[in-house]
Write a protein that binds this ligand. Structure first.
Ligand code: AR6
Length: 182
């Protein structure tokens, strides 16, 4: 599905984050920035060693990346120009600030994109895999945070890349609900 909001094209698509042709793709990283499974493993595998080398330099200079924060590196062999690595919260039941940390992960990723003149960004469903954040609750935060951001700073395109039909269905439903509310 493709919609327009605040001069920005918003796309909801099923796919693999490593194959997106946006200027930046967002990585669902962990604080070590040293890679892992899921999206993180796929990005480092497809992007090659250059990404890890830059992550190592960032950690050496600034230390680990706390939940909610984001850093930017080259995208190595990916089609994108940049990878924005953000660390989502681990779900611990919902009353440990998880919603706010997830919002910050999206917001800080978008801020880094804007600072680097990035016009199009692809997001995976941060925190909803190994970190177990409930998909629908996460989708609502993801979409609301993007909408709030682009009202201030429009981008050309924001793409939500979901790994399954079911996850894509959740995002489509969340979008319908939010647009019905206005
Ligand atoms: N493209 C798009 N979406 C994907 C892909 C892909 N190639 N692979 C998985 N997903 P996860 P998290 C979906 O676990 O929950 C790593 O080990 C997946 O179905 O990648 O933030 C890190 O190093 C799920 O819906 O990220 C961290 O330690 C979503 O992407 C930890 O996992 C996110 O799943 C981060 O966990």
């Amino acid at each position: 599905m493709e919609v327009k909001a605040a001069q920005t094209k918003i796309v909801f698509a099923k796919g693999d984050i490593t194959r997106q042709e946006t200027s930046a793709v967002v990585n669902a990283a962990n604080s070590s920035l040293m890679g892992g499974g899921g999206v993180d493993g796929a990005i480092h595998r497809a992007g090659g060693h250059a990404i890890l080398e830059e992550c190592k330099k960032i950690v050496a200079a600034k230390g680990p990346c706390p939940p909610g924060q984001a850093v930017i590196t080259t995208a190595g062999n990916l089609k994108a120009r940049y990878v924005i690595h953000t660390v989502g919260p681990i779900w611990r039941g919902g009353d440990r600030g998880e919603d706010e940390l997830l919002r910050q992960a999206y917001f800080n990723s978008l801020s880094l994109a804007a600072e680097h003149g990035v016009k199009s960004v692809a997001f995976p469903a941060i925190s909803t895999g190994a970190y177990h954040f409930p998909q629908e609750r996460a989708a609502r935060i993801a979409v609301c945070t993007v909408l709030a951001f682009i009202r201030e700073k429009p981008l050309e395109e924001v793409r939500f890349v979901l790994f399954s039909d079911e996850d894509l269905g959740v995002y489509n439903q969340v979008w319908e609900e939010l647009s019905a509310k206005g």
